[in-house]
Design a binder for this molecule. Structure first.
Ligand code: C2O
Ligand code: CU
Ligand code: CU
Length: 487
């Protein structure tokens, strides 16, 4: 193993043979856009139906790759609901094993959260229901079953959940779904010689599966025909282990307008956008008539740790999606100078401070245990957590139920624009971390825990996860009741 540091490391990484373009492709397939999920409104409730199932997909490898999806062979439809609405999702498990559906980024009661405590047995139906109450945002859903999350997500179970909110939708941003407002779910896959997903991956047990081929919305080698001057891409890193660092092929800047939990205070011009597993970002790309530009993933900018690049494939460059502008483009409204006004949470109001250190599949030296509560949080209080990577393997921090704000980096460095707004997931480079602040409102339930964990799904499956419960003032956790949805 080479020991390198500082400038030497950077030069070595960018000149290392074979590090260059892994996923260089000929863009020959039109990008699939996940359909908007059909819904009906019954008794004032918006009703969706999802069925997790196995199928086969044509991914350019002989046409019959075994994949999993919701209401189809691969991925799932985009659910969309408006703040204030009550929703119910009837989820039927059409697989031969337990699954769950978790609403990543959603503020909702723990019993509806779809974590490992809400398994859906084969053939059973679970119908979580809740009231949407958070700003407009790009959320997503994916399975979260005990010890099988990586495999189920890797096989294709994932979809987007868009929230609209009259108060925080900025109408002058592109918002015609599938036309100038497009979901972009980026996932890496490894294929075996028979054109099937290779679940053994390249780095085996340490980091999970890293593939050399990208799918975007399940499409290999995709292009998107752009018909407007400005296109809004809702990026989701839906990979199980791989980091991306998005950029445009000619280095031009693009506009970051939103992150995990919604729109930012204002637009930010960026040339690179790092996105770790489970994170989302909304960006606007300005196009000129007739041109082609490629969204790609570059090796990380030289401020990360070298281990991050090596272990998460971050040293690889991938072509992701070609944007093809039509000869004439429909005019887009100008991007407003300000977006949404988000109050900053005040650390002086914190009722509790906690520290979570991530090392070798453990958080604070403990592996996830179903019957242990790691944090008891009082309803309607604010907490400050320091989340830190205590060793040299990259991790990330994700928490259910709430969105947090980043107060600062543990090394004192600056907080970049992509961490300036509401977040539910943040990458933890080796030996680094963040101080975050969040407010826990509404859903006290002493007997049902929410999760926080590393979103490297292999790590999560292997126990790098903790549980918290929200209780009424003075309340105590009361785990034990196992909520078993056997339909
Ligand atoms: Cu995206 Cu606990 O999950
Ligand atoms: Cu989540
Ligand atoms: Cu991890």
């Amino acid at each position: 193993m080479l020991v390198v540091s500082g400038i030497g490391a950077i030069v070595w990484l960018f000149t290392r043979p074979g590090i260059n373009t892994v996923g260089q492709v000929t863009f020959d397939r039109q990008l699939a856009v996940p359909p908007l999920a059909a819904s009906t409104v019954k008794d004032g409730q918006r009703v969706f139906d999802l069925r997790s199932q196995a199928g086969q997909s044509d991914l350019g490898r002989g046409g019959r790759t075994g994949t999993w999806g919701y209401n189809g062979a691969l991925l799932g439809p985009t659910l969309r609901a408006t703040r204030g609405e009550r929703v119910v999702v009837n989820i039927t498990n059409g697989l031969g094993e337990d699954t769950t559906v978790h609403w990543h980024g959603m503020h909702l009661p723990a019993r509806m959260d779809g974590g490992p405590h809400q398994p859906i047995r084969p053939g059973a139906t679970f119908s979580p229901q809740w009231r949407i109450d958070q700003p407009a945002a790009t959320l997503w859903y994916h399975p979260h079953p005990h010890e099988s999350t990586e495999r189920q997500v890797y096989r294709g179970l994932a979809g987007m959940f868009l929230i609209d909110d009259p108060a925080t939708d900025v109408k002058s941003l592109p918002h015609e779904y599938g036309v100038d407002d497009v979901p972009v779910i980026v996932q890496d896959k490894e294929f075996d010689g028979d054109g099937q997903f290779d679940e053994n991956g390249r780095f085996g047990s340490d980091i999970g599966i890293l593939g050399d081929t990208l799918l975007v919305n399940g499409t290999p080698n995709p292009y998107l025909e752009v018909t407007t001057e400005l296109v809004r891409l809702r990026l989701l890193n839906g990979s199980t282990s791989r980091l991306f660092n998005f950029a445009l092929s000619d280095g031009r800047p693009f506009t970051l307008v939103g992150t995990d939990g919604g729109l930012l205070d204002r637009p930010y011009q960026v040339t690179h956008l790092p996105l770790s597993m489970g994170e989302r970002a909304e960006v606007l790309v300005a196009m000129r008539p007739g041109e082609r530009v490629v969204l790609r993933s570059d090796p990380p900018m030289p401020d990360g740790d070298f281990a991050e690049r090596r272990f998460h494939g971050g040293g690889d460059r991938f072509d992701v999606l070609e944007l093809r502008a039509a000869g004439t483009l429909r005019p887009s409204a100008e991007v407003p100078a300000t977006l949404v006004d988000t109050p900053r949470l005040d650390p002086a109001t914190a009722a509790e401070k906690r520290s979570m250190t991530f090392t070798s599949r453990k958080i604070n030296d403990r592996k996830m245990a179903h019957d242990r509560v790691d944090a008891v949080i009082t309803r309607d209080t604010t907490e400050v957590w320091t989340v830190r990577n205590g060793h040299s393997t990259p991790h990330s921090f994700h928490i259910h139920d709430v969105q947090f704000q980043v107060l600062g980096r543990t090394d004192g460095g600056p907080v970049p624009p992509q961490l300036s707004g509401w977040k539910d997931t943040v990458f933890l480079p080796p030996h680094e971390g963040y101080t975050v602040i969040m407010r826990f409102t509404d859903f006290a339930d002493p007997s049902t825990p929410y999760m926080f964990h590393c979103h490297v799904l292999r790590h999560e499956d292997e126990g790098m996860m903790g549980q918290f419960v929200v209780v009424e003032p003075g309340g105590k956790p009361a785990l034990g009741a196992h909520h078993d949805h056997t339909g």
